[in-house]
Design a protein around this ligand. Sequence first.
Ligand SMILES: Nc1ncnc2c1ncn2[C@@H]1O[C@H](COP(=O)(O)OP(=O)(O)OP(=O)(O)O)[C@@H](O)[C@H]1O
Ligand SMILES: [Mg+2]
Length: 422
Amino acid sequence: MDATFEKGSWMNRDTYPGRLPQPSALKGALHRHLIDALEEEDDNLLDGSRFMLLQFVTNQLSDYIQARHLAYSRYEQDQLAEELVDELIGFGPLESLLRDPTVTEILVNGPYRVFIERSGVLQQIDLRFIDEAHLLQVIQRILAPIGRRLDESSPMVDARMPDGSRINAVIPPVAIDGAALSVRKFRQDMLRSADLLASRSLNRDMLEFLELAVRQRCNILISGGTGTGKTTMLNMLSQLISPRERLVTIEDTAELQLKHDHVVRLETRPPNADGHGEVVARDLVRNALRMRPDRIILGEIRGTEVLDVLMAMNTGHDGSMTTLHANNAQDALLRLESLVGMAGVQVAERTLRQTICSAIDVVVQLIRLADGRRCVSEIQEVVMLRDDQFVTNTLFRLDRQGNGVFVRESANPAGEKLKRIF
Ligand SMILES: Nc1ncnc2c1ncn2[C@@H]1O[C@H](COP(=O)(O)OP(=O)(O)OP(=O)(O)O)[C@@H](O)[C@H]1O
Ligand SMILES: [Mg+2]
């Protein structure tokens, strides 16, 4: 448990030893008391200003506490009033986490278990929702203004909040133990190459190599598990592209932050309530090709767009980049293959592997170590097919035995583009 005090965790016993009996039960009781009091009020305070509501809550709280002879300082009461207001009109316990810039990710597994990520480390915190209904209410409150809905017939949603944060919510019956919510908070300042060097995500040699690979218009596939830093790496590499080039980015939820003037950002769209109007990545890739881009940056390959992207990389849009979910470079290539199969396209295995082999020049594999450090585990050159198997050449790798240092494995790339680098 996190022992540090956070706004919103006023029930933390380390901070208030012995003073708050059954704090979350009390907060729940106060919440219900306020709902009743608000119902009795003529004014519709929930639709008015925060200030008016805060005043009302402060007064109610003060009466409640006095009537029950509870020991709370003025400061604690104010704090509690703020939190109750957040709960009534805002995002409840999430409000303080969303405001806290050191929190990068919020994961809610049902109403009573909230995890956050700080400095790469995931930790459970002493915050909770009153009950399942409260959690659902907060989720709906987040989704309503962005026009997304969640109910039994569509129990999953993936969306972008107005501040750019990415949110995913799943509710029962699909989420068996109660609603689950994941928020990947938007960073105003996505990590840049200097940050990645400082956090030992890669070393200077590797960065120089990648800079040159981008300049030589290598097609780069960034591979890694969930939250390993794929989007961050894609963003960092895209920043290395000359500002004179015309870029088209395609994402499910727009996260990339490119400083280029000449960039067109496209975002997929889920179907509306009637099941119409869906725009998938494949539609956008096809459209992008008609927009005369120098390079296409696809946020993540995950479906039917795979063949279109590979073809684009092979035919004049070299220098394109994308990410994919896989545990190592070989798996990443095989995953591309299976995605084509899943897209229902019938291509002979050999032809398909040739297409993949000539499309992808470099695979940058990312991992997340046990201590939270996110880093490149290997940079592989895709060399050729031998006996119909992918042959790759490890250029750099992380030596996991040797204190996590990076080693240059090979300085003899096979491909023409890479030979110009070494
Ligand atoms: N090299 C890094 N060093 C430190 N923090 C990082 C690094 N790369 C990414 N992060 C942080 O890790 C979190 C996840 O990063 P990112 O969104 O890039 O991962 P991802 O692999 O794209 O995740 P997903 O699989 O959900 O798409 C972000 O908060 C980001 O700021
Ligand atoms: Mg990502």
